[in-house]
Design a protein around this ligand. Structure first.
Ligand code: NAD
Length: 425
């Protein structure tokens, strides 16, 4: 098995109460849409949250009982879809909030799905290959009654990867006694995975950067870009920006940041980064992550962890455009400050919709048994995200709200409409 993405590195902390902050913006969106409070009560939590216990035989012969979750936020638009994370600090409330984000992303990208999310409290860094396989299979057995290709479709997330998806798919196929690749997305290509799935998240962010640059009259060729975080998301984004002719002037990892107003040698940095997204330790003169965020640039892309742009530094951000590749890097107060300062902020629920969109493409390809090329996937992703970006941008202009609220309005509106037609509310 390849590495568990990012394992061994400092872990993302979504400590700021993700659930509460998501509920606040959902309520604002419902108010903007003039919907009743009943709709807020329907959407403020998942329809279902499952908690399960998973006994796993460990290598030393003992049995350890793990706790897992699966949350299904709203299935009015179709089956739910969303990742499974393995994380020792996983909390039920985070799983709930993340399932709500998936619903919003599906609504924003106009996918016929609702949001789901799951996970297991465990530390994959301390587990062997065999233990991880038994845990992955045990998790599927525990949730098998509530998931399936037409009910709820899991995918990779933090510290899970295509090998884990393959084990999970195999376990589900055995339980159901038929081959069911459409049960899960993010699989290896040979088992029905999609071309372009691995880079889909970063591609989606890149498409949003391009659209935002057009709106602000910034020519991407020669634009100065800072990317915080050099892991899966950040390194691909830096690469795509570099290929587009932008000058990447800053990057960072958990240990510090590199900034050069003349541009960094991106190919060299990509070559030297380790599998945990660490590279700054090789250089002298690194600055701190907080200093990096305040450096001069045209486009700032937080692609590391949450709560990076706060009331403390929102007034000092020099970028004209901020595109959120990480989950929740900007607090709600900071969102307001950036909007007041005329900085265009592209929110995570829009910029991060590339992954679930290509998961949807994988699911379609599994259903039809016919597979698209990487070029076809990219073209389909681009047309969908460009449309979503412009819908949200124009809505924000019309209503004079920031793009985060506009994105929530689009996501909530679709769910609310579908729930209402179904007669739920
Ligand atoms: P990763 O573990 O591969 O990399 C994380 C990077 O952030 C590493 O370079 C690490 O050194 C750095 N980092 C960790 N703690 C830090 C800190 N305190 N300060 C600064 N840097 C720190 O993770 P990833 O897969 O690249 O994901 C990063 C974020 O992007 C997550 O929020 C993830 O959910 C999100 N993500 C977004 C997309 C997308 O499409 N938008 C795709 C994948 C991941």
């Amino acid at each position: 098995m390849g590495k568990i993405d990012g394992a061994g590195e400092e872990i993302e902390k979504e400590t700021f109460n993700l659930l509460t902050s998501t509920q606040i913006v959902i309520r604002d969106a419902i108010d903007e849409l003039g919907l009743n409070q009943g709709m807020y009560h329907l959407l403020k939590e998942p329809l279902r949250t499952f908690e399960v216990r998973i006994p796993v035989r460990m290598d030393d012969g003992s049995t350890k009982i793990f706790t897992g979750f699966r949350a299904q936020h709203n299935d009015a638009l179709g089956p739910t879809m969303g990742g499974v994370r393995f994380h020792h600090q996983l909390k039920e409330d985070d799983v709930k909030a993340l399932s709500m984000w998936m619903s919003l992303k599906c609504g924003i990208a106009d996918l016929p799905f609702g949001g789901g999310k799951g996970g297991v409290i465990c530390n994959p860094r301390t587990m062997s290959f065999g233990e991880l396989e038994r845990l992955s299979r045990g998790y599927v057995r525990a949730i098998s009654q509530i998931v399936g290709p037409t009910k709820d479709i899991p995918a990779p997330d933090m510290y899970t990867n295509s090998q884990i998806m393959a084990w999970m798919m195999d376990e589900y196929s055995r339980l159901r006694q038929f081959d069911s690749p459409g049960f899960i997305t993010g699989k290896p290509l040979v088992l029905g995975g999609s071309e372009g799935r691995e880079k889909a998240g970063a591609k989606g962010v890149t498409i949003c950067i391009e659209e935002a640059a057009k709106k602000r009259g910034v020519n991407l060729k020669g634009a100065r870009v800072i990317v915080q975080g050099f892991g899966n998301a950040g390194s691909f984004i830096a690469k795509f920006m570099h290929e587009a002719g932008a000058i990447v002037v800053g990057i960072s990892d958990v240990y510090g940041a590199l900034y050069d107003p003349d541009g960094l040698h991106i190919d060299y940095l990509l070559h030297r980064r380790d599998s945990f997204g660490t590279v700054t330790t090789l250089f002298e003169g690194a600055i701190s992550n907080q200093e990096l965020l305040e450096q001069d640039c045209d486009i700032l892309v937080p692609a590391a962890i949450s709560n990076q742009i706060t009331v403390e530094n929102a007034g000092s951000i020099k970028a004209k455009i901020v595109v959120e590749a990480a989950n929740g890097p900007t607090t709600l107060e900071a969102t307001r400050i950036l909007a007041e300062r005329g900085i265009l902020l592209v929110p995570d629920v829009l910029a991060g919709a590339g992954g679930v969109t290509v998961s949807y493409f994988e699911w379609i390809q599994n259903k039809q048994g016919y597979y698209w090329s990487e070029e076809e996937i990219e073209e389909k992703l681009r047309s969908r995200l460009v449309k979503s970006f412009n819908e949200i941008y124009e809505l924000a202009q019309d209503r004079q709200v920031h793009m985060r609220l506009a994105a929530y309005i689009v996501g909530v509106r679709k769910m609310a409409e579908a729930s209402s037609y179904r007669g739920w509310i």
